[in-house]
Design a protein around this ligand. Structure first.
Ligand code: PA5
Length: 338
């Protein structure tokens, strides 16, 4: 395994972890034998791909699903729970993702997949997941980060593995890494600085709206704000939110909700119209639009993710909270005896 950049990141510094985001996209070189095994699954034929993972480790599967589900000939599903759906059988491939390797729900779903004789690939730094996994089906990744900061590594492995299962060309993460690093320049031209956005949303509740491949980016932003800044946030998908949440728009002022629209350059005209109509209806809430120039959907997702991860960090700093600690998650695990 070829590692780049990670040794210089302090385990106690979330800013360094987030700054390393572009570099972490090209840190892990997947073991050739694992790719061969994944390609064999493609040749055999598979019924579907099921991603397992919780919290920060679930996001990679969500990103892959949103990118590939339109073209994939088989279903791509994601499980954030203890058990897997009944229809997932021996002809399915499962990717279990847990940064620590010790997450109870993921391990439980893994065991169930094992009982069903699914082919399971694991992506982890170690822990129990490494111990229970077939050694030739584990892609190890470097430890020392917070799980949520490891998204670029988890994603590069999960996307390339899934591309192998589906017989698709691999994404070149060296190039993606370069483009995402360059996207920072756009923050100056097209977006307000992360510090400015953090101060705008401080004392309101950010409500992210997005569609398609940007929907998991909105959800990721909500989670990063929760975990890094210890601050509440919401995320909704358009068009579904046009059939419920939009009716609540009159209460946005009362609760200091601040709508933030993640808009894509790769939308069709109808969806652009939906976004502008939604913005018009929510206009009394002074919504913000975030749109970033990119060559394709993946780069657009990752550039916005890096920007919003940075916003979550600035919000943590503004509120004087430690972006690394996840005391409540640890307390809950302790209460459950984990
Ligand atoms: O980002 C975090 O720290 C959490 O959301 C974790 O990802 C979550 O608790 C699951 O742990 P792990 O990623 O180690 O499976």
């Amino acid at each position: 395994m070829k590692l780049l950049g990670i040794s210089s990141i302090s385990e106690r510094n979330m800013r360094e972890m987030i700054q390393a985001f572009p570099e972490l996209l090209r840190t892990v070189k997947i073991d050739d034998r694992i790719i061969e095994r994944a390609e064999r699954e493609s040749e055999k034929g598979l019924k579907g791909v099921c991603f397992l993972g919780m919290g920060g480790s679930s996001i990679a599967g969500e990103y892959v699903r949103s990118l590939l589900s339109e073209t994939s000939p088989v279903p791509l599903i994601s499980v954030r729970d203890y058990s897997i759906p009944r229809h997932v059988d021996k002809d399915w491939v499962v990717i279990a993702v847990s940064y620590s390797g010790n997450t109870e729900e993921t391990l439980s779903a893994y065991r169930e997949a094992r009982k069903r004789s699914c082919t399971i690939f694991s992506v982890t730094t170690g822990g129990e997941l490494k111990r229970v996994s077939d050694t030739s089906y584990v892609q190890l990744i470097p430890s020392g980060l917070q799980p949520r900061a490891a998204l670029p590594m988890l994603l590069s492995v999960t996307l390339n593995l899934t591309q192998s299962f589906l017989g698709l060309d691999h994404t070149d993460f060296n190039e993606v890494s370069r483009q995402v690093a360059l996207s920072k320049k756009e923050w100056v031209g097209n977006l307000m600085s992360p510090e400015t956005l953090a101060s705008k949303l401080n004392d309101s509740v950010p409500v992210f709206f997005a569609h398609g491949h940007l929907a998991p980016v909105a959800y990721r932003a909500k989670c990063q704000i929760n975990e890094n800044a210890k601050y509440t946030a919401l995320s909704w998908e358009i068009p579904e939110a046009n059939h419920n949440e939009i009716e609540a728009s009159a209460s946005y002022k009362r609760f200091s909700f601040l709508p933030i629209f993640l808009e894509s350059h790769f939308e069709n005209k109808r969806m652009d119209q939906r976004f502008s109509a939604t913005r018009a209806i929510l206009s009394s809430a002074n919504g913000l639009v975030l749109k970033i120039g990119s060559r394709d959907r993946l780069e657009e997702m990752l550039s916005l993710t890096l920007y919003l991860d940075t916003v979550s960090l600035e919000l943590a700093d503004l509120n004087g909270v430690d972006s690394l600690s996840v005391d409540k998650i640890s307390e809950l695990k302790a209460r459950l005896g984990g």
